[in-house]
Each structure stands twice: as C-alpha cells, then as structure tokens.
Design a protein around this ligand. Sequence first.
Ligand SMILES: Cc1cc2nc3c(=O)[nH]c(=O)nc-3n(C[C@H](O)[C@H](O)[C@H](O)COP(=O)(O)OP(=O)(O)OC[C@H]3O[C@@H](n4cnc5c(N)ncnc54)[C@H](O)[C@@H]3O)c2cc1C
Length: 390
Amino acid sequence: MTTNPADILSLPRAGWAGDEVAMLYDMSTRFLSEEIAPHYEEYEKNEIVDRSAWEKAGAAGLLCASMPEEYGGSGGTYAHESVIAEALGHVGVDGFGIALHNAIVAPYILHYGSEEQKKKWLPKMATGELIGAIAMTEPGAGSDLQGIKTRAEKDGNQYRINGSKTFITNGQNANLIIVVTKTDPTKGAKGTSLIVVETDEVEGFTRGRNLDKIGLKANDTSELFFNDVRVPTANLLGHEEGQGFIQLMQQLPQERLLIGAQAIGMIERALAVTVDYVKERKAFGKAVVEFQNTQFKLAELKTEATIGRVFYNDCVKRHLNGGLDPVTASMAKYWLSDLQCKVVDECLQLHGGYGYMNEYPIARMYRDARVQRIYGGTNEIMKMLIGRSL
Ligand SMILES: Cc1cc2nc3c(=O)[nH]c(=O)nc-3n(C[C@H](O)[C@H](O)[C@H](O)COP(=O)(O)OP(=O)(O)OC[C@H]3O[C@@H](n4cnc5c(N)ncnc54)[C@H](O)[C@@H]3O)c2cc1C
C-alpha cells in the first residue's frame, strides 16, 4: 500500500475546501495520474508538454476553473486553482504549466480586460486552444522589474513592440502572451503597460531557446523576441496606458500564494514517498524507519509541514475573503518554498544513494523544488518586502 500525499498530514484543507472543491481535487489527481504521468518522462525528454495534453486538460475542466462560466470557465475561486496546483505536486507532474495559465495569466484578463477581450480570449484559454504566458523578466531585468526595456510605441491604432524576454514559463507553447512593456520610458513604473500578444496573429515575434534547466524539465521555459511586433491598441490591458505596475502589484498576492500551494503539494508528496521508502528499505537487519534518527527526522519534517499547511490554509481563507495582504503573501512564498527545499533535501537523504537516482521520485522533486525560491520574486526580495512593513 502506498501512502497518499493528501493524507500524510492528517489535515484536511481546513476551512476552505467544500465538497465541490474536494471533488475537483479528486478529479484532478485522477486526470493527472491517468493522462499526464504516463507520458511525463517523454515530456521531460522533449522539454515540453504536448499541446494535446493541454486540450485534454481543458476538456476535463482543469483549465480556467476560477473563471466565470460566461467566459468558458467553471465559475470557481482560488480554492479551485489551489487544489489543481496541489494535485500537480501530489501526482509529481510539477512542470505542466497549467497553474500559471489558470491562476496567474487568466486573472489579468478577467480583472483588467474589456468585455470584448474577455469574450475573445478566456473561452479559448479554457479549452487549451490558447496557452497563456506572462513575460516580465528580461536578460537585464529580473528582480528590478522597473528596469525593463521592452518598448511599446503607439503608431496609429497599433502598438509596435520591440524587446526581448527570458525565462518565460510555457514560452514555446504559449500563443497568448501578456507582455510587460514600457509605453513611456520617461515615467519609470508609471510608464509600464501590459499588452497582450496573440502570437498566431503577428509578424516579428520569434521564440528563442527552450532553456536547458536543472529541473522542471517538462516545462518549456524560453526566450522570446519582439522585433517590430504590431498589435492593435485594443490589446492593452486596462483603460489607459501606465497601469501595468499597479496591475502587477495587485495580482502578486495570488501569484505568491500559488507558489505556496505548489510547495505544500510537493512537501506532502515528499513525505509520503519517503515514509513508504523507509518502511521497505532494510539496513543492519531492520527497516530504516526503525532507526531513531529516521523517526526523529520524519517527526520534525511532519511537524514543520503541518505548521506550513496551517499557515497556507489561513492564507487561502484570507485570500478568499479578499484580505490577503502582499506582506503575508510574501511570507507564504518565502517560507513555504524554503521549507519545501529543506523537506525534499532531508527526504532525499533518508533514501541514501537511491535518492540520487533519477528513477526515484524524490530525485526529480529535488531538482524541481529549487526554482521555487527564485521565481515569482526571489526569497530575498520577499524578505525585503516583509522588512519594509516593520
Ligand atoms: C524556471 C523559471 C521560470 C520562470 N518563469 C517566469 C515567467 O513565466 N515569467 C517571467 O516574467 N519570469 C519568469 N522567471 C524569471 C524569475 O521571475 C526571475 O529569474 C527572478 O525574478 C529573479 O530575477 P533574475 O533572474 O534577474 O535575478 P537577479 O534579479 O539578477 O538576482 C540575482 C540575485 O540577487 C538578489 N537580489 C536582487 N536584488 C536584490 C536586492 N534588492 N536585495 C537583495 N538581494 C537582491 C536576488 O535575490 C538573487 O539572489 C522564471 C525563472 C525561472 C528560473
């Protein structure tokens, strides 16, 4: 019998997941286990998840679960997105970039898009016909987002976009990209605007390398180049130029919380596979679980994971009530991703040499976990934001 990651902490998703959300969790783990996990090694080898998998996820209701039904979504909330993200971690298919598509890209269109934009893009994002990405980072500007150089110049009823982006999740598959641009470089943050580029419809857009990463191999994290790309001015998100930075700031709590969901999902799976492993593995004539060190280590990790789960649950409840402040969301991102790396490292140690072998799931978790402390704002930047609140 293998341990179910959802049961390892004997903690339900306390206080925020009703029956319908629980059903979506079950459906998501089933779908990901049956439709994604069997092909995952091939996706890792190809460094991209097939588009057909996205379309299947759409048909199964895993895309745009929190978007209103009138725009093709399932009418859910962040709770729905959270259980999908947790399911990705529990099944061990963390590189399938649907959580970013669902809970980061689509909300920008919902919150800042015009009625026409929402009707045009969200239904296609819900089926997987459009795959979303958000392009903020540039070769010369990551943490310091105000330093971006990508320029969008108005030319009649079009924007002309020039610049390059890097490290963009879903970068090869994406055909709807929210590009962070400068519409007025003299105004700093106030000159920043978010513009949607539908890549199937433009010239001058090219995809660079699908980047060779140490983990999240199945994700097509890429470089993107914009060379006189023309899009209608109607692709601006928001009523006027210069709103980009404010829009980015407003969406950060959910983005950071989502990284917390991914952390919790992997933490629970790491504990589950490790408990199973140490019960099976023998050394000095007994199961590894019988050594006091193993028990103490797992006791510590389970305790810390429980603290993390309780904190995460509290953040979700606050977010669902509209009360998750950016500082608390930064704490969740930083602390849960640090904890994730610690738990996975300790669990790998309990596997001995087998933990270092790619055929054991803990090895992939070790590679995949590391980036969680870097993207979505590095943990150092999170601490800076928390520090400023003191
Ligand atoms: C796998 C992956 C997927 C990603 N997906 C996306 C995506 O979809 N879209 C997107 O736009 N970006 C994405 N990113 C980019 C990611 O958000 C950035 O890498 C991250 O914000 C850090 O920026 P940087 O790499 O330029 O590092 P830098 O900003 O150069 O930071 C280097 C180091 O300096 C530290 N540092 C920087 N400023 C300070 C400061 N003020 N005080 C203290 N320390 C500081 C940082 O913490 C870090 O340790 C992704 C990155 C990766 C690796």
